[in-house]
Design a protein around this ligand. Sequence first.
Ligand code: H2U
Ligand code: ZN
Length: 338
Amino acid sequence: MFDWKQDPHRRFNPLTREWVLVSPHRTQRPWQGQVESDAAVNQPEYDPECYLCPGNARAGGARNPHYTSTFVFDNDFAALKPGTPLDRFESDGLLIAESEPGLCRVVCFSPQHNLTIANMQPADLRKVVDTWVDQYGELGRRPSIGYVQIFENRGAMMGASNPHPHCQIWSSHALPNEVAKEQASQLAWGDARGTCLLCDYAKLEQAARERVVEENESFLTVVPFWAVWPFETMVISKRHLSGIDELSEADRDGLADILKRTTARYDRLFQVSFPYSQGFHQRPTDGLDHPEWHLHLHFYPPLLRSATVRKFLVGYEMLATPQRDITPEAAAERLREL
Ligand code: H2U
Ligand code: ZN
């Protein structure tokens, strides 16, 4: 058996059925490349220039109400539009296009401009969870919507346009690529073994412990064995739930709790408001049961070794296979220590 603390090796992601190259010996290489600015800016509670703060005008011309909890609106610059007619184009099997109806929304987590998931009150985060459940149900019930993708870009480094605590929801007719890959893998696992892929994986990680970062009654946060980003994590529901609409009252509190704990660990890692993209993967809303689906979230943070040195997915990773230096076990240990 090779030594996965020393020897270059590749690891298999059973959810996407893709490989990641792990090069643990490479963590000492010098860095003279781009250094990100550590914009640990002190934000005010209310920013008159922010298009998400209560009472302010948005870029699209609408004005936000004086909201006091969560606030949801249709994205003024939506990538998908509900009225788009369903149609398909194909030429010679090479030029293939499908129209894509959908609906995009923005969810403000709080009226307070300078909060993040890590420093929101659990009761307020619970309202965010309830809002996600409502939106998943409402958008998913629409006949033209086959998938509801809830995601958050946090921090300028990840392309978030604004520090105000918010997420986006893009709901589409078709299954997005990542979701389609995970669905095929979960279906194939069930067919081959008669069990659920992520139920089996969560049990394995709970027993092994070395990649577990956080845990409560309902959820488990792990650095996946096959993580690509240095401090990537996955939040997995302990029970077999296919979507957030199946969360019990206690599970909803549990989700708010594990998100707060997980992001608080991230913030302590490099003493900054940690940037990331995160989001749910769950049952499509195409009207089928999808017992193969197991609810989870992915956190993809870009930071590598400090607040100012990030990982880029370029070069070999664009042309060949994603690669990481620090092992997932070492990353989990660092996050656990904080
Ligand atoms: P991001 O921070 O993840 O970019 O999300 C902000 C979203 O808010 C973005 O999709 C929308 C942008 O289109 N937006 C509005 O809908 N109205 C505005 O006035 C500004 C931004
Ligand atoms: Zn704001």
